[in-house]
Design a protein around this ligand. Structure first.
Ligand code: C2E
Ligand code: CA
Ligand code: CA
Length: 795
């Protein structure tokens, strides 16, 4: 009883245990399947999210590049509104990019920081022409930095995308393995069940069958779920605009995603089974093969390359390619190529870099590129013991063309000049526009003689009339040449050529000079003087001295000439030295105004307070630059009204050299000066290029005969002095003899019939207080009259 009763009992226990074991194992496998399935679902979402983020960031980067382009255009005269609008688009794109990240993520914060940096920049002030150049430079720096940061974010997303892809593939493979396990288990169970069933009653059989059906059903639904998510993943890869391909280690393609058709025009089916190199640009095949060999030879190796493909219609597109060795990954078992079409971006970058290195007006290389080429030339010369030279070309009279014919004509002239310069150089030389009307040539291997020959060619080429704005314009050029001496940088060489060029310009223009070391010393001395003079003008260290002018008819001091002096460290520097420096440094206007105001104020004071000086006049020297600047008459009117000096008491002394400038504007300005009632004197008459016609044309009141005629009269006793004085009288001018030092000279002057004298015989130029004392003494002592009487004897 117990034996028969216990045998079915044990069987029952064994059956229950077996069922429990089967159910437990099945549940375990199913759990793995479901977990992997969830994981796969999450991966798919991750891939989609990462792709979305990468897409937005890629757009952000593109916007940054476009903004950079606008800014670069702005440097060469583009529209600030376009740049401002672009910055708005970039900011909006960044905002969109930000929404793809959780607000507490590092990427979100980085995007927010980039937006803040962008917003902090004063974009609206780009419209201000005064600040534009400086702001544009800052903006380029800022946006370049931001673009790098966006690109970094973008690269992070991209590698995240690849990682997610890889993990998905692994999850999928794990699922397949789990399912295979499940199938095997079910098969084993089936065999077990058949064995068991033999000893089973019908109801057991029915139950077991139901259980099996249920399990199979479950397995089917798990498989279905897996298939769906795999399809989703596949669809993502297939629809992606980036190209994914899998190849063997020899480059034979086993899979190519459909994006290939958008990029190359070939359907993916046409490429599968082919060798990928066949479709590359011939120049890129070897590099890509080398890359493949490297990646294939390294387990899990990764490398990137930029390669060009030839499309079906023969165009060339540039791809940015990431190549990964996933041979060891059973889910892939090959080399995976991920490629993106960067042709447009590359073109934009190339265009930007071309703009960064070329001048937009002439198309010539700009300073940056020039310096690079010259540095290379110097490097080669230093390495090989060779030579290199540079030539700086500065157009003469360009400013004049710009001012009189307008900027469009100036631009045209620069373009023509650039063409001519291009025609003067040899292959391998670089001609560049450094800015304004300054050009430069870099001559690798050039000796000073070689550079001099090119300079001569350039001078000849630029001397020919140039057509600009429908007119024939004549300009010229001043050229400085410097050649390699010892180990020098490009900057040193250009600085030397610059010095030589300025010497050429100063010494008469239209010529070239080869740099010599003593030029540097001269230039630096000059620069130092300019600096000191500028300080002196600021600190009021320009003194005015006064030299009396004596009327030979009334025998009284009727006027004084104001003469400028510069006191520098206890030394007195005369105008012959500092006036040319002041003219070159643009300081002559300030000095002239200062002298004019001081002299008018002083003489007007003497007129009021000094006995016998009520009718005293004052002569002030003006430099040609001042009159030509065109606001001389305004300054005179200001000075007269500020000091109360009557206009007829003021005489402006101009030299013949400015009257040679036979221009309308000069004539008009002199008319305005005369209209004020101010007198004009022709200074140093006879010392320069005497022009009777300009004497008549500009209607001066006084002729000042240069000292030279006194010397001549003393030496030869012929009466040139007499002739000039006669001429003055004939024209109705007052004739003043300058530089009278001796009684003998005074006698000659009187004999010639001059109206007045000025010179050391009467007095040297005197400081203000001494001059006042002199006037006081002259008015009270009658010494002047006595002096003149003494000189009557030899006459
Ligand atoms: P200038 O207008 O011919 O001035 C006369 C110059 O002859 C003065 O030289 C004066 O000191 C000098 N001189 C006067 N009498 C005699 C004499 O008997 N013998 C000799 N040997 N020289 C005499 P200074 O003051 O050195 O001025 C030189 C030139 O500088 C002036 O020649 C004038 O053209 C210019 N200059 C002076 N002051 C100014 C100024 O404020 N503005 C401008 N633009 N030029 C000025
Ligand atoms: Ca004078
Ligand atoms: Ca003079």
């Amino acid at each position: 009883m117990s034996a028969t009763g216990s045998a079915p009992g044990r069987r029952r226990v064994a059956q229950v245990l077996l069922v429990l074991l089967v159910l437990g194992t099945t549940a375990g496998i199913l759990r793995v399947v479901v977990q992997n399935n969830i994981l796969l679902g999450r991966m798919t979402t991750d891939v989609a999210t990462a792709q979305g983020r990468a897409f937005n960031l890629s757009n952000g980067e593109r916007e940054a590049l476009l903004l950079l382009q606008r800014l670069t255009e702005l440097e060469s005269g583009g529209d600030p509104a376009a740049a401002i609008e672009r910055h708005g688009l970039l900011s909006r794109q960044l905002e969109v990019s930000g929404t793809g990240f959780a607000p507490d993520s590092a990427q979100y914060r980085e995007i927010a920081a980039i937006r803040t940096a962008l917003a902090a920049f004063p974009w609206d002030q780009l419209g201000d022409p005064g600040r534009r150049a400086a702001l544009t430079r800052q903006a380029v720096l800022l946006v370049t930095g931001l673009e790098v940061r966006i690109k970094t974010l973008y690269s992070q997303q991209e590698s995240f995308f690849y990682d997610a892809t890889l993990r998905s593939l692994q999850a999928k493979k794990a699922n397949e393995r789990a399912l295979a396990g499940l199938v095997a288990l079910v098969a084993v169970l089936g065999v077990c069940w058949i064995a068991v069933l033999k000893r089973r009653n019908r109801s057991d059989l029915a139950r077991a069958y139901d259980a099996l059906v249920a399990e199979t059903e479950e397995r089917r639904s798990a498989e279905h779920a897996l298939r769906t998510s795999e399809q989703r993943f596949r669809a993502l890869v297939q629809r992606a605009s980036d190209l994914t391909a899998v190849s063997a280690a020899d480059g034979t393609l086993s899979y190519v995603s459909p994006a290939v058709e958008d990029i190359t025009g070939f359907p993916s089916a046409a490429l599968t089974g082919r060798v990928l190199f066949d479709h590359l640009h011939p120049d890129d095949r070897d590099r890509t093969a080398a890359l493949l060999a490297g990646v294939a030879g390294t387990p899990s190796g990764v490398d990137t390359i930029e390669a060009r493909v030839v499309t079906k219609d023969g165009r060339v597109r540039t791809l940015e390619v990431v190549c990964r060795n996933l041979c060891a990954d059973p889910a892939v078992g090959g080399i995976v190529w991920n490629a993106r079409d960067v042709t447009d971006r590359r073109a934009l970058q190339d265009q930007l870099s071309h703009q960064a290195y070329h001048d937009s007006l002439t198309g010539l290389p700009n300073r940056a590129l020039f310096m690079r080429r010259l540095t290379e030339a110097l490097g080669t010369a230093a390495a090989a013991g060779g030579t290199a030279a540079t030539i700086l070309v500065d157009l003469d009279g360009f400013k004049n063309v710009n001012d009189t014919l307008g900027h469009p004509a100036g631009d045209e002239l620069l373009q023509r000049a650039a063409e001519r310069l291009r025609g003067c150089i040899l292959d391998g030389d670089t001609v560049a526009r450094l800015g304004g009307d300054e050009f430069a040539i870099a001559i690798p291997g050039g000796t000073p003689e070689h550079a001099a020959a090119i300079s001569r060619r350039v001078l000849t080429a630029l001397r020919r009339p140039i057509r600009a704005d429908g007119q024939e314009v004549r300009i010229g050029a001043s050229i400085g040449v410097a050649a390699l001496a010892g180990h020098r940088t490009a900057e040193d060489l250009v600085a030397d050529a610059d010095i030589a060029m300025y010497e050429a310009k100063r010494g008469g223009k239209g010529r070239f000079l080869v740099f010599a070391p003593e030029m540097r010393e001269r230039t630096s001395r000059r620069a130092q003087l300019e600096q000191q003079l500028s300080r002196a003008v600021m600190l009021g260290q320009i003194e005015v001295q006064y030299q009396p002018i004596v009327d030979l008819h009334t025998r009284t001091v009727t006027a004084v000439e104001a003469l400028a002096r510069w006191h520098r460290d206890g030394e007195v520097i005369g105008p012959e030295v500092f006036v040319p420096i002041a003219e070159e440094a643009g300081l002559i206007g300030e000095i002239g105004t200062e002298v004019l105001l001081r002299a008018a104020e002083t003489v007007q004071r003497w007129r009021r307070t000094e006995p016998g000086s009520a009718g005293l006049g004052v002569s002030v020297n003006v430099s040609g630059w001042q009159v030509l600047a065109g606001d001389c008459s305004l300054q005179l009117a200001d000075a007269l009204s500020a000091t109360g000096l009557p206009p007829e008491a003021l005489t402006l002394e101009i030299t013949e050299s400015i009257l040679l400038d036979d221009s309308e504007s000069l004539s008009a300005e002199l008319d305005r000066i005369r209209a004020l009632g101010v007198r004009l004197a022709m200074d140093d008459f006879g010392a320069g290029h005497s022009s009777l016609s300009s004497l008549l044309r500009y209607r001066v009141d006084t002729l000042k005969i240069d000292r030279m005629f006194l010397d001549q009269a003393l030496r030869s006793r012929t009466s040139l002095l007499q002739a000039v004085a006669e001429l003055g009288r004939t024209l109705g001018l007052r004739v003043v003899a300058e530089g009278v030092e001796t009684a003998e000279q005074l006698a000659l002057v009187r004999a010639a019939g001059c109206d007045a004298v000025q010179g050391f015989l009467v007095s040297r130029p005197l400081p203000e207080e001494d001059a006042r004392l002199f006037l006081e003494w002259a008015a009270s002592s009658g010494e002047i009259s006595a002096l003149l009487s003494r000189s009557e004897a030899p006459a």
